[in-house]
Design a protein around this ligand. Structure first.
Ligand code: ADP
Ligand code: MG
Length: 332
């Protein structure tokens, strides 16, 4: 069973009973009604040693920083501002004190950088390996919240940053190739940077339709927007921004650059749509804002037919995608 099938099984038939619940399962954060025009955002993500990271690949400071950063990315995905966080941590007994100190040093560095405050958690012994689960609480003006369900045809699809680098870094780590030419990709994988500032600009502009952060891979995450919005999409490989030497390094490691770009995962970039009648205005806004101008690109458009999930290759031919989506990495 895949992660998505398990989530579906667990949450099938759940009905929202509370008046104050704006969005439950199915988005990057749960959204709860707050005072006056505000809503609270809640998200939780866990990292497990041997599954999400390998202790030999990264420092414990790195690990703490990444554990918080990936949660902040989910707050960014809603267009919100992170405020507080709680940390549950499972540690092997023998090394608990020194291990936790290092993890916290990295985590609190990220917390200071993005202005979030640690307000609690839980500490337990783990028989094998480190487990960290973080819950972040954020806020957003209700009118500015960007859900996965806000896409309609023919909205243009935009992304921040570059795709495939983190996935390539992970494959380099797995292959044990830690040379100069793989170093920038490995660093991308180990040090994700939540796009909180860009997300706020996009949300405040009120010109976006739907938004998600890319953790599963560009194709899968765009499919989450499509599923929740009941639409399809067309994107073009040649419009998707990638690192300069992604192709050459991927080829050296015998990895498919296309697979990495579409399904490498852990990019932690934003994928969003812009309201169809606001496109020109958004382009102008983007050009006038250095932060967005440098990193936001249009990669395709939303289709009305939910069955259309099309990727046009560099050679302008439509790529073959299997029924279950672009999941070439499911078993690697
Ligand atoms: P993300 O990649 O943005 O963190 P996930 O794919 O982990 O999102 O989760 C998708 C949705 O499923 C979210 O709304 C999340 O809260 C919900 N979800 C995931 N796992 C569980 C679970 N075990 N029980 C209930 N809801 C879950
Ligand atoms: Mg997310």
């Amino acid at each position: 069973m895949t992660e998505f099938e398990i989530i579906k099984l667990l949450t099938k038939g759940l009905k929202s009973r509370s008046k104050g619940l704006i969005k439950g399962v199915g988005d990057d954060c749960a959204v709860i009604d707050g005072p006056s025009n505000l809503a609270y955002l809640l998200t939780t993500d866990a990292l497990v040693e041997g599954v999400h990271f390998n202790a030999g690949w990264m420092t414990l400071e790195n690990l703490g920083a990444k554990a918080l950063a990936v949660n902040l990315s989910d707050i960014a995905a809603m267009g919100g501002e992170p405020k507080f966080f709680l940390v549950s941590i499972g540690l092997p007994k023998k090394t608990a004190a020194q291990t936790s100190r290092k993890i916290y040093s990295g985590m609190l560095r990220v917390a200071r950088k993005f202005g979030v405050e640690l307000i609690g958690g839980d500490t337990v012994a783990s028989p094998k390996g480190i487990v960290i689960s973080i819950t972040v609480v954020g806020q957003c003006e209700k009118k500015e919240i960007l859900l996965r369900s806000g896409a309609t045809a023919p909205q243009p699809i935009y992304v921040t940053g570059k795709f495939g680098s983190s996935g390539l870094g992970l494959r380099a780590l797995r292959a044990g190739v830690r040379k100069g030419f793989t170093a920038p990709f490995i660093s991308k994988h180990l040090n994700p940077f939540p796009r909180l500032a860009e997300a706020r600009l996009i949300a405040v502009s009120k010109m976006a339709g739907a938004m998600i952060d890319s953790s599963d891979g560009l194709y899968a995450d765009l499919s989450h927007i499509a599923d929740e919005s009941g639409v399809g999409f067309t994107i073009e490989m040649q419009k998707i921004p990638v690192a300069k030497n992604l192709y050459s390094v991927a080829n050296k490691l015998r990895k498919s650059p296309t697979d990495l770009i579409l399904a490498g995962g852990e990019d932690y970039e934003l994928i969003f749509t812009v309201k169809s009648d606001k496109r020109t205005q958004f382009e102008k806004f983007m050009q006038s804002n250095k932060r967005l101008k440098n990193c936001v690109r249009c990669i395709g458009r939303i289709e009305a037919n939910p069955k259309i999930r099309r990727v046009i290759g560099i050679d302008e031919r439509v790529l073959k995608i299997n029924n279950s989506g672009y999941d070439h990495f499911a078993s690697s």
